[in-house]
Design a protein around this ligand. Structure first.
Ligand code: ZN
Length: 376
């Protein structure tokens, strides 16, 4: 112990970062956030490497203080869900208890936790080889970042995700896997009154698919499907030629993915609407994050560090995904929620609890000091 968080300095840095619009597809905004961390980590002697997957995403950062195998891979993301102009509308603000602003909880405070922890570890001369990966496109599914994160996970003994804790302070060692089904139905238009028999209704077939896919939902298994966006048709008196839909898929059990994929093949092979043609694309963007064999050991270290820091919390799972889904699916023990404590992510009411910052930070630091001496 000995290093406590300088809350005022932390909030000043946080204000700077929150006041940069950095939506996932705003490469300049993300680059500004990245530049802050490049400089700050460089100043304490850590090696910073810019990683560019795609010019539309902005740079990601790989930050290290040693060689692989890394004791821990710390994960964060610099992008937010808020479009350019959000900061001008509602910049960083604070009152006695809370700080507010776009990305304050998800997760610019977590990124700063990583920096402040690295500083503290360096100042104390703590042992351990760490890799910090700050992604530029987490909020749009990390499709391009995924192989990079998986590579780093394979070089790491543990993974610590700096996403925020739940509003009640709980941490996560399980998250559902998530995917998307995009379907396009191609039929044939016809006058609905004059010659309806010549039409092939894309909407009719879509309706059939919606019922069938929703029917796969199994709350006990943690499987849910939701046709969240549907569109089709051009007029009430026209047999609709085209329809499209996007279905959100969440799974807790990995092989549920196969059950869903099989159903899609079956639906394609046996249409309810003669003559229809269907294109369906199912991608699992994040595999489920479930505790593995070595996860309890890592959770025990978090609990020890939490006790020392005076943090009370429990473990819970969530239906939302993070980059921790990738590391956990590879069997790397993963804990998530070690950033700040707050709520309202992706909404106008996003906040963090100021009072909780010092103890949450102390818990993270205590964890990072314990991992290097523990066998995984
Ligand atoms: Zn996040």
């Amino acid at each position: 112990m000995g290093i406590t968080l300088n809350v005022e300095q932390f909030l000043k840095d946080l204000e700077y970062l929150v006041n940069i619009d950095s939506q996932s597809k705003d490469p300049e905004g993300v680059a500004k956030v990245a530049a802050f961390f490049e400089k700050a980590f460089g100043d304490i002697g850590w090696t910073v490497e810019r990683v560019e997957f795609d010019p539309t995403a902005g740079p990601s950062l790989k930050i290290t203080n040693g060689e692989p195998p890394y004791d821990a891979l710390l994960l964060g993301h610099m992008d937010t869900v808020f479009p350019k102009g959000t900061v001008a509308e509602r910049p960083f603000s604070r009152d006695e208890k809370r700080a507010y602003g776009p990305g304050v909880n998800d997760m610019k405070s977590g990124l700063l936790f990583g920096l402040y922890a690295a500083r503290a570890l360096t100042a104390k001369g703590s042992k351990g080889s760490f890799c910090i990966a700050y992604n530029s496109e987490e909020e749009i599914g990390s499709r391009r970042a995924r192989p990079w994160i998986e590579q780093l996970a394979q070089e790491s003994r543990t993974s610590v995700v700096l996403e925020p804790a739940r509003p009640n302070g709980n941490l996560m060692n399980a998250r559902k896997g998530l995917g998307r089904i995009e379907v396009t139905f191609n039929g044939r238009a016809a006058h609905a009154g004059v010659e309806p028999e010549k039409g092939i209704s894309a909407v009719n077939e879509m309706a059939y698919w919606i019922v069938a896919l929703h029917g796969l939902t199994d709350f006990e298994k943690g499987t849910t499907l939701n046709a969240g966006i549907v569109a089709g048709g051009t007029g009430a008196n026209v047999v609709p030629e085209k329809a499209t839909m996007t279905v959100d898929v969440r799974v807790k059990i990995p092989n549920e993915v196969e059950r869903i994929a099989e159903k899609i093949l079956q639906l394609k092979a046996h249409p309810a609407t003669p003559g229809i043609s269907v294109d369906a694309d199912f991608i699992l963007t994040r595999p489920p994050m479930n505790p593995g064999e070595k996860t309890p050991k890592l959770c025990a270290l978090v609990e020890e560090a939490g006790k020392e820091a005076g943090v009370e919390f429990g473990w819970q799972s969530t239906g939302g995904g993070s980059d921790g889904n990738f590391t956990a699916a590879l069997g790397v023990p993963t804990v998530d929620g070690l950033g700040a404590m707050g709520g309202g992510s992706h909404s106008i009411g996003e906040y963090i609890e100021i009072d909780a910052l010092p103890s949450r930070f102390a818990m993270l630091l205590g964890l990072l000091e314990r991992i290097p001496g523990t066998m995984f």
